[in-house]
Design a protein around this ligand. Structure first.
Ligand code: AMP
Length: 457
């Protein structure tokens, strides 16, 4: 089956093909014709099934086929509203709208709380055809009369069960009351509690019913990518990727505790809320960091392998290997944190010339070559020469010897894990360095938790 055979236009099929999809997933095969027909839909589908394209593609098709209604109050109205429980999901859905709609002339906008409302107000003054929003911030705009929902033709409640779990039912009801009576409603939910059924009963009119099974989440379905970069540009590249791609809940791995602290500090300076967790942090500090990370308040958690093993976080959208592990099995453990059903999870590795041997070991272990992508502006210097890398086991010795004298590289070298390795002892292929956990360094105390007043507050 092809996307074209589902009744999608050439411009949409082209965008999907450019994204690399050749065949619709089961939910897409069922949802796309149902939504195109104009009726309501109740879909049981989890993240990872391809549900986003399942509603975004037919919405784009419907809106691009029908003429844009006449302008009211000087601007054409918003025509489709997608409500999501979290900022991350809102950002992802809107990114999909932009990507799949790139050959069309529709305009989309994402709106969520925790960021300055003024740029959103500004954007709402322009043309917005498709609005992707979290309920709370949408109601803030309603209150300020900066958004008009009176002409919505299509409403999507995405991950409705999570929205109810998060206590959004009253907000949703307030929003529903502002929408025109005649509209198309699409409800996506992974589970069907009585509460969801009640919501669906009140909202949907003779809906088409679709249910699909969860796609398998194996390491094979995690999108893995290598970004080649110079060692001293890694931090800038990480900031660039997080900001550009609007990544939330990013688990970043460093090889050393010191490296974790320093990276969290630097990201905070870049306006990205980040904290480090590792064996030297108190349990209370780790618990707090984890709790904030899980709720999405903290955008980035920087961890060492050992610290990450003891914590219960899985199904993350983004895992970043800021530094590749010297033990290839650690790579598999790290990326096992992601891969939320299907291709949803993304594991990227920032790899400098010093780490080519580690990368080769990893690729040998996983029996596949990882795709490389050079980010414009971060092209690695082709003449760069590898330098030895300090490992966890050596960090302890190093810091115990006083990092001021023996680690001149530790300052002014963003992106470098830590200080200079011991002369004559290249660190490649060293042991696993379990000594690092729980050991108190004799050097300076690790930096305190850092949070920023950045964009994710
Ligand atoms: P979703 O369930 O919408 O979050 O999508 C899960 C993942 O599947 C995303 O990474 C999509 O990019 C990917 N995906 C969606 N549709 C397809 C398709 N037809 N073929 C391959 N991958 C897809």
């Amino acid at each position: 089956m092809s996307f074209a055979s589902l009744g999608l236009s050439e411009a949409i099929v082209r965008a999907v093909t450019e994204r690399g999809y050749t065949t619709p997933t089961p939910i897409q095969a069922q949802a796309i014709p149902a939504v195109l027909s104009g009726g309501d839909l109740l879909a049981g589908a989890q993240t990872g099934t391809g549900k986003t394209a399942g509603f975004v593609l037919p919405i784009l098709q419907r809106l691009s086929q029908e003429p844009r209604p006449a302008a009211a109050h000087g601007r054409a109205p918003i025509r489709a509203l997608v409500l999501t429980p979290t900022r991350e999901l809102a950002a992802q859905v809107e990114e999909s709208v932009r990507e799949y709609g790139k050959h069309l002339h529709l305009h989309s906008m994402v709106m969520f709380g925790g960021v300055n409302i003024n740029p959103q107000m500004q954007k709402l003054r322009g043309q917005v055809d498709i609005l992707v929003a979290t309920p709370g911030r949408l109601l803030d705009h309603v209150q300020q009369k900066t958004v008009d929902l009176a002409h919505i033709e299509i409403l999507v409640l995405d991950e409705a069960d999570r929205m109810l779990d998060m206590g959004f039912i009253r907000d949703i009801k307030k929003i529903l009351a502002l929408l025109p009576k005649k509209r198309q409603n699409l409800l996506f939910s992974a589970t069907f509690s009585d509460e969801i059924k009640a919501l669906a009963d009140g909202l949907l009119d003779k809906p088409a019913l679709i249910e699909v099974a969860r796609r398998n989440a194996t390491a094979d379905t995690v999108a893995q990518k290598v970004y080649p970069v110079d060692r001293d540009k890694k931090r800038q590249l990480l900031t660039h990727l997080i900001q550009e791609k609007q990544w939330f809940q990013v688990l970043v791995f460093t090889r050393t505790k010191h490296g974790a602290n320093r990276l969290a500090e630097q990201l905070s300076k870049d306006g990205i809320s980040a904290m480090a967790i590792h064996g030297n942090k108190s349990q209370a500090a780790r618990t707090r960091a984890l709790a904030e990370f899980k709720t999405g308040k903290l955008q980035v958690l920087v961890a060492t392998d050992i610290a990450a093993r003891g914590i219960d976080i899985t199904e993350l959208p983004h895992v970043v290997n800021y530094e590749l592990p010297n033990v290839p099995e650690d790579y598999v453990h790290r990326i096992g944190r992601t891969g939320r059903a299907g291709c949803e999870g993304e594991a990227v590795s920032l790899v400098c010339v010093d780490e080519h041997k580690f990368l080769a070991d990893i690729e040998r272990l996983i029996k596949r070559k990882l795709p490389r992508e050079v980010v414009p502006g971060f092209e690695p210097d082709p003449n760069a020469r590898p330098e030895p890398i300090m490992l966890r086991s050596q960090e302890h010795q190093q810091r115990g010897r006083g990092h001021g004298q023996s680690a001149p590289r530790a300052t002014g070298q963003p992106g470098r894990a830590s200080g200079k390795p011991q002369a004559g002892k290249p660190a490649l292929g060293g042991n696993r360095g379990g000594a690092a956990t729980g050991a108190k360094p004799a050097g300076p105390k690790p930096a305190a938790m850092h949070r920023s007043g950045g964009r994710n507050r």
